[in-house]
Design a protein around this ligand. Structure first.
Ligand code: MGD
Ligand code: MGD
Ligand code: SF4
Ligand code: MO
Length: 744
């Protein structure tokens, strides 16, 4: 290519779950522009402001390109050879001295958006043979996986709202207009939501905040944070009481229906009204409207999965969709048929839940990992199995997981840590060695995970736009080297198999593995599908992506439960329902005895989260184009709550929880429920020893200094990030109080 020619490259944006098609114009080694690809059959040219981060990350002078080591003189560049050898020596010696579990692993969210990390990372982590595995999953969607596994037989059998064909969408605890959808890969969600209204359908949101999605909805209901399980119990009970349970093609394949009725019997719209804050008649009408719609779907996401009763909520949401005849049918919740199918035709396997328990708090394992809420205690608590060393990859737990303060204290005491990341940030600053991967533009991409979560079946392969520069390693090479150097002694047969598999995977490369996956998949060789014989070569010819059609009904065939049935009443949920009932009864007693809660000095509020439309979690804040302008790290609270506390719009406030406190500006609004305060996560930059100039300038504060590692969904240990009790005071007021105390 001549230096002056501008060339267009088409690829999928991997920054969030929406899989938008991009047209990237390049001149030599420079990115000239990032635009939406109008010819992409799925996203049709849509992109959001975040897409330019791909260019800015590539150009970012703060981005690491060589391994670095923390020394007394500061960070020093070292060779790859030295980095791998020091990592191996340290990991081996710590595991030899303290046992396998002494090495902990935390894997962050960008991993699932990264083909090479998905294909090669797990080999290395598995080989460490540690039970101390953690990830962003347990501050996000663990209860969704549990429900998929217990009810449908596989953690990836996640129901996806058929947004393009539904007549009625009830959205609980999700704000797709800002998040661009989650466990619902849906480019241009705004247009698709508007289309529901255009075809005469209805959208209802249930959220403690009147969100950007609520603005598009026909109806919005405020709900008290953390109370959704009570509302859902009443909603399912109402279906039984009013004979609203619909026949469906799944009727022959349901197990445990009779066990549900007694579990939900205690809850009615009337007796849950005080807990949820939703007027009984209003919620009843919402359910009636839902049932009257021809095709309806209840979609719930992080606002309710990161809840004290997150697991029950996800189970109840599935039940509600099932019993109203909206599961596995057009316009309801459906399941995908991805071109590379990670669920496949494999036989059902045993539940990957509670096979072993964490050492300090006895949390169950789910899909081979423990909840990150317990990580700090696993590092801080002495004894056999204590974590002495950490590996983090594509994660920033020191901002993204609960009780940052305690976790920081824990990380300070580690004997060794290494990270795979391109930034020296709030987490990697604790590492002894950081290995930098290339940016997304320098690697091939295929969405292994998000094609399982997509509202249409679709496939696209994106070739690397740039080759990694000499002397830099790809994520595939980093993980292969780590796996090879940390290989452990095992039986001759096992070690031969491991070596052979590693050799084949290296030889095939990411491209070869994708090709193999496509050939084996539902549109591959010998498939009876309309589209068949799909392989990498033929997929590459569709440089804008290949539409594989609308989602199709596929139960019972695709079910992976041992019984072959949909399990409506797994014992885990029956048992956990008792916990909910206990809380409910306690609450009822308080209401009937007319017990007034004690008057507090500053009445407590409930903290909820919020996402910033311009960035993603904690890690795009070094991109100036995305953080300049309006301040993002600001609290929202109701005008009335402001009045009670003499807080004015724009004031600085102090929020305190059991575990910490933060100060930040507040905006007063009537678009949030009284008693609720919302703070976005991912902020809290500007810390010593980090190297992110722009992020450090825009700082913000970390809401996870307030979230509480003990406030969890007891069944899984998933953090309850929402509904955290806090107190809020004006900093100005504090000054007045101090002045009064001093008799000024
Ligand atoms: N722009 C942007 N996009 C993102 C991200 C980002 O940081 N920025 N992050 C990405 C990631 S990793 C994810 S997982 C997805 C998440 O995608 P979403 O699930 O859509 O996430 P949120 O926008 O946080 O929406 C959660 C909603 O739940 C509400 N809520 C809080 N507590 C409760 C409650 O107790 N009950 C009910 N009913 N509602 C409640 C909140 O007010 C909020 O509106 O977004 C992804 N997309
Ligand atoms: N209070 C509160 N806390 C929350 C949430 C909330 O709603 N409220 N949301 C939670 C959710 S849904 C999530 S998913 C988590 C996210 O939590 P994490 O995954 O721990 O954090 P991220 O902010 O996504 O940070 C990603 C890290 O990966 C690095 N990175 C980016 N791309 C790559 C790559 O390709 N390779 C490598 N090796 N590194 C890369 C970045 O530099 C950054 O350090 O946060 C959670 N925390
Ligand atoms: S919505 Fe998500 S996938 Fe689409 S451009 Fe924005 S960040 Fe990328
Ligand atoms: Mo997430």
């Amino acid at each position: 290519m001549s230096e002056d020619a501008v060339e267009s490259h088409f690829r999928t944006c991997n920054l969030c779950e929406a899989m938008c098609g991009l047209k990237i114009e390049v001149k030599g080694e420079k990115v000239v522009s990032v635009k939406g690809d109008k010819e992409d059959p799925f996203s049709l040219g849509h992109i959001c402001p975040k897409a330019v981060a791909l260019q800015d990350l590539y150009d970012d002078p703060d981005r690491l390109t060589q391994p670095v080591k923390r020394t007394e003189q500061g960070w020093q560049t070292i060779s790859w050879q030295q980095a791998f050898s020091e990592i191996t020596t340290n990991l081996k010696s710590i595991q030899k001295q303290h046992g396998d579990d002494a090495v902990g692993v935390y894997v962050g969210n960008p991993t699932v958006h990264n083909l090479e990390a998905m294909l090669y990372g797990s080999d290395f982590f598995r080989q460490l043979r540690t039970k101390n595995r953690y990830s962003a999953t347990s501050v996000d969607q663990l209860p969704h996986h549990l429900a998929a596994m217990l009810m449908f037989g596989h953690p990836l059998l996640l129901p996806i709202p058929d947004i393009d064909r539904t007549d009625h969408m009830l959205i609980m605890g999700a704000n797709p207009v800002v998040s661009n959808g989650s466990i619902m890969t849906v480019p241009n969600v705004k247009k698709r939501l508007k289309a529901i209204s255009k075809r005469g359908g209805k959208i209802v949101t249930i959220d403690p905040r009147f969100t950007e999605t609520s603005q598009l909805a026909d109806q919005h209901l405020f709900i008290k944070p953390g109370s959704d399980a009570f509302a859902l119990m009443a909603m399912v009970n109402f279906l039984f009481q009013q004979n609203l349970i619909k026949d469906s093609h799944l009727d022959e394949h349901l197990a445990g229906l009779e066990a549900i009725k007694p579990l939900v019997a205690a809850y009615t719209f009337d007796n849950t009204e005080a807990i949820t804050g939703i007027e009984a008649s209003v919620l009843q009408q919402v359910v009636e409207d839902f049932c009257n719609a021809d095709k309806a779907v209840l979609y719930a996401r992080i606002g309710v999965s990161t809840h004290e009763f997150g697991s029950l909520v996800n189970w109840l949401v599935n039940l509600f969709n099932l019993l109203t005849g909206n599961m596995d049918s057009a316009g309801g919740m459906m399941f995908t048929t991805p071109a590379i199918d990670l669920i496949g035709n494999k036989k059902p396997r045993s539940k990957q839940f509670a096979r072993y328990f964490s050492r300090v708090h006895q949390y169950p394992e789910t899909i081979g990992e423990f909840p990150v809420a317990t990580l700090a205690d696993e590092i801080l608590t002495p004894g056999q199995g204590q974590i002495k060393a950490m590996v983090t990859s594509a994660g920033n737990p020191l901002l993204s997981t609960p009780n940052n303060g305690k976790l920081a204290q824990a990380f300070e005491g580690l004997e060794f840590m290494f990270s795979i990341d391109f930034y020296i940030n709030e987490t990697t600053k604790y590492a002894n060695i950081i290995l930098p991967p290339p940016t997304p533009l320098e690697r091939p991409h295929y969405d292994l995970i998000f094609n399982h979560l997509s509202v249409r079946n679709y496939a696209k392969y994106s070739e690397a736009l740039f080759e990694p520069k000499p002397g830099r390693l790809t994520e595939a090479q980093i993980f292969q080297k780590l796996t090879q150097m940390n290989r452990r002694k095992s039986s001759l047969k096992k070690s031969m198999t491991a070596k052979l598999t590693a050799f084949i995977k290296r030889w095939l490369g990411a491209e070869g593995l994708v090709d193999k996956g496509l050939k084996k998949g539902p549109y591959g060789s010998g498939s009876k599908n309309e589209i068949n014989n799909l392989d990498l070569k033929s997929l590459k010819q569709h440089k804008h992506g290949l539409d594989l059609g609308a989602l199709k009904s596929q139960f019972p065939e695709r079910l992976k439960t041992k019984s072959g049935q949909i399990e409506l009443a797994p014992k885990e949920y029956i048992e956990d329902s008792a916990r909910l009932l206990k809380q409910f009864e306690l609450n009822q007693q308080q209401i009937t005895s007319n017990e007034q809660p004690q008057q507090e000095d500053t009445p407590s509020m409930l903290l909820i989260g919020r996402r910033d439309p311009r960035t993603c979690n904690s890690w795009m804040h070094n991109c100036h184009r995305l953080v300049k302008g309006k301040v993002a790290c600001i609290a929202f609270m109701n005008i009335e709550d402001g009045k009670i506390r003499s807080i004015e719009d724009g004031d600085s406030i102090k929020i305190k929880s059991r575990v910490g406190e933060i100060e930040l500006p507040v905006s007063l609004t009537d678009q949030i429920m009284p008693g609720v305060i919302s703070v976005p996560h991912g902020w809290g930059h500007g810390q010593a020893d980090t190297q992110m100039a722009t992020a450090n300038k825009y700082k913000g504060v970390s809401v996870n200094l307030l979230t509480d590692e003990n406030h969890v969904d007891q069944l899984t240990g998933n953090t309850a990030l929402n509904g955290v009790p806090v107190t809020v005071e004006s900093i100005k007021l504090d000054t007045i109080k101090t002045q009064q105390a001093l008799n000024f």
